[in-house]
Design a binder for this molecule. Structure first.
Ligand code: CAA
Length: 697
């Protein structure tokens, strides 16, 4: 009998416990176990009703995603679920943790559902490029309204137990011990002689497509809006529509074909890769689970500028107390006022209510003296991006911070080893590179300096999780993983404009790949002066043999800083943010090209794609080779969360593997010959191309 599904009888109730850590995924052994134990319970004269529950942290959180790359093996989950319809004894699903995907579908096969107050249920399949393929698109609309069913199916977002109760997805919420509550519920079913509720009924269908035209359109719009470029949300809707048109069995059969096509699509493969890449990023090869992160309760942020404010909000929103330190009272007052405005904006948009604003704002206090940081567990410096400024701050922090406090710098490219060297405790120093706006963007690049202690690094990663962010670890180098791997994309974009492409042409090629904005539009938003200042500060280290970004400098010399100046790579009218093509840019580019001896020419979209993308990939390969990233997939996670790279393409390194490294290497070599030193091929790329290998597989 099954090892992974336990069987006990308590009173007259058989309790089947799924025990397949960590998340009770519905792999083959579990599916077989459920069928076997259900048959056992059906034939057990000592049992009149059945409770199905999960051991450990959760009810099954879905099908076992790792099985998707293998041939399907019987019993298929649909068959397991359909079998429950025929069991004459009432079956109660007892839900705790997260009943997701196939897990929720399994509960729909049960005749009743009870849940813990903190349980969550959902159908997140579209995030994996598939849709609920175990009859969820047929059964859920028969249990909840079509509107609510489509909400779960198309949004992919789980809901809490209270909402599930309101939608009719669970029958009751059990306070206290779930197992005992579920058994009591089963006993009540027997006592009240309640009929089993079979969610494949009515079997003939549940209404007409016309009747639900508005609801269907609402979710088609949502799919287009939120999942631009993705196929599976649309397939999910079609599957629900099948259920309106056809009897249950026919719709389930149609689902099967549709599901297989989705599962085998490139989009689904990339999305599944992204799921595991994200989880892999949380693991640090030489820092195991035995390393305990330090306790963080109180924090301080140095600097109340845009970054400092965003970081303070992110910390306060996660329940941490924050002391914001500014150099003078005036700067502090204005920073705190801006911070409050950010919260006001959230209230105005209905994201939080006034009471929540008050509570969160109440966790943030201001100070003008570093002494205010003497008691906190974590200090994040978010001052001006200048090495000397940061060195000075760390020397001061070293004087006041308590022993064991983590001292973090929010630099995006500076040498953290040099910053740490200003302190007597470099083991406590790490980098925490937030992305703008820091309270919204989920990416957090945690930088491990040469002397960072393992538990300091683990604390940075734990902070990411606690504040709802995705932490990815990097080693120290100029720009770390994120900015270093993206720099070639921006560099090539500006070179291409110098050589004859229009900014809008360059940006369109990148948005056609699925990026939300092109690199030049992004530069206009963040300000061209930011990287100009960086280039100026590094002027002494410039390699005279490498091509230089003269055009980007010229734009800044002309005051074309981007949106804030009303002009950058595009023109902006009347203080607006809509980028408009600007002929002046072409004239400026032509001037610079002439000065540099570059003959302007027509540039193909294909060349733009290759230069922007392959430049980043080649740099990514160097980042892996040098050990700056622990693995290639970490770079991909950064691009997904930091730069809006389309998740259904996996990330730049995954994309490289899809294209084929031999092709990329040949092209990089050709660009090296044409454009010089910046295109030096990565030795790792060269080796893998020769071996027929890949970065991510
Ligand atoms: N299959 C295989 N492994 C899974 C899994 C799944 N469905 N869900 C989670 N895991 C693994 C993770 O890879 C991770 O493994 P490692 O420790 O080896 O890295 C481990 O379980 C723990 O996962 P998390 O680190 O994500 O833990 P968490 O507590 O932060 O989150 C969770 C738990 C909310 C369940 C989250 O893991 C999650 O969202 N899982 C995916 C849920 C999902 O998409 N379900 C639908 C599956 S598709 C389906 O069911 C198709 C169908 O219709 C038949």
């Amino acid at each position: 009998m099954s090892d992974v599904v336990g069987y006990e009888v308590e009173g007259r109730i058989a309790v089947l416990t799924i025990d397949n850590p960590p998340v009770n995924a519905l792999g083959l052994a579990v599916r077989e176990g459920i069928v076997a134990r259900m048959e056992q319970a059906a034939g057990d004269d000592a049992a009149d009703a059945i409770v199905l529950i999960g051991a450990g942290r959760t009810f099954p959180a879905g099908a076992d995603i790792r099985e998707f790359d293998q041939p399907a093996r019987d019993p298929h989950l649909v068959a397991v679920i359909d079998r429950l319809d025929g069991i004459e004894k009432p079956i109660v699903a007892a839900i705790h943790g997260t009943a997701l995907g196939g897990g929720l579908e399994l509960t729909l096969g049960c005749h009743f559902r009870v849940a813990s107050p903190d349980a969550r249920v959902g159908l997140p399949e579209i995030n994996l490029g598939i849709f609920p393929g175990a009859a969820g698109t047929q059964r859920l609309p028969r249990v909840a309204s079509l509107d609510h069913a489509l909400e779960l199916i198309v949004s992919g977002r789980p809901i809490g137990a209270a909402r599930a109760l309101e939608y009719g997805i669970v029958d009751t919420v059990v306070e206290g011990d779930l197992r005992a509550g579920a058994i009591a519920f089963a006993e009540k079913i027997l006592a009240d002689r309640m009929n089993r509720r079979i969610s494949s009924e009515p079997r003939a269908g549940i209404g007409s497509e016309d009747e639900f035209a508005d609801v269907i359109q609402k979710y088609r719009d949502l799919a287009n809006q939120r999942f631009r470029g993705q196929e599976s949300p649309h397939q999910a809707i079609e599957s629900v529509i099948d259920g309106l048109r056809m009897p249950y069995e026919d719709a389930v059969a149609a689902d099967r074909t549709r599901f297989e096509a989705c599962k085998n699509s490139d989009q689904s493969k990339a999305l599944r890769y992204a799921f595991f890449a994200e989880r892999e990023a949380a693991k640090i090869p030489d820092i195991g689970k035995e390393v305990t992160p330090r306790e963080i309760g109180s924090t301080a942020v140095i600097g109340a500028g845009t970054m400092g404010r965003g970081i303070a909000i992110s910390l306060a929103d996660s329940g941490l107390s924050v002391t914001v330190v500014e150099a003078g009272q005036e700067a502090l007052d204005s920073g705190m006022a801006e911070l409050e405005k950010l919260y006001d904006g959230m209230v105005a948009r209905g994201r939080i209510d006034e009471a929540t604003k008050k509570e969160r704002l109440g966790r943030i206090t201001g100070a003008v003296d570093y002494a205010a940081t003497s008691d906190v567990d974590l200090v994040i410096e978010a001052a001006f991006e200048d090495l000397d400024v940061k060195k000075g701050i760390f020397a001061q922090l070293d004087q006041v911070a308590k022993p064991g406090a983590i001292l973090a710098t929010n630099t995006s490219y500076l040498d953290i080893d040099a910053i740490a060297a200003q302190t007597s405790r470099p083991e406590d120093v790490i980098g925490l590179h937030y992305f703008v706006p820091a309270n919204v963007m989920r990416m957090l690049e945690v930088v491990r300096a040469d002397k960072s202690a393992p538990d300091a690094v683990a604390t940075g990663m734990a902070l990411a999780k606690r504040t709802g962010k995705v932490g990815v670890l990097a080693r120290v180098c100029h720009g770390f993983i994120a900015n270093r791997s993206r720099a070639p994309l921006v560099r090539e974009a500006t070179f291409l404009v110098e050589e004859g492409a229009a900014p809008a042409q360059v940006d369109k090629v990148l948005t056609d790949l699925g990026m939300p904005l092109g690199p030049l539009a992004v530069s206009d938003m963040s300000g061209l002066d930011v990287s100009w200042r960086m280039r100026q500060s590094l002027a002494g280290e410039r390699d005279p043999e490498a091509r230089y970004m003269y055009l980007a400098d010229r734009m800044c010399e002309l005051g074309r800083f981007g949106i804030k100046a009303g002009q950058g790579w595009y023109a902006y009218e009347d203080g607006g943010r809509r980028p408009l093509p600007d002929g002046d840019v072409e004239a400026i580019a032509a001037d610079v090209a002439r000065e540099q001896g570059i003959t302007r020419r027509e540039i193909s979209d294909e060349e733009i794609r290759a230069r922007c993308l392959y430049g980043a990939i080649n740099e990514g390969a160097k980042i892996v080779d040098e050990g700056i990233a622990a693995r290639a997939s970490d770079i991909d996670v950064m691009w997904l969360y930091g730069f809006g790279y389309p998740r259904w393409h996996g990330g730049i390194m995954f994309t490289a593997d899809e294209i084929g490294l031999a092709e990329i290497y040949e092209q990089v070599k050709a660009f090296h010959g044409e454009h010089g030193k910046l295109w030096e091929p990565s030795p790792l790329l060269e080796r893998l191309a020769a071996e027929g290998g890949g970065f991510t597989r």
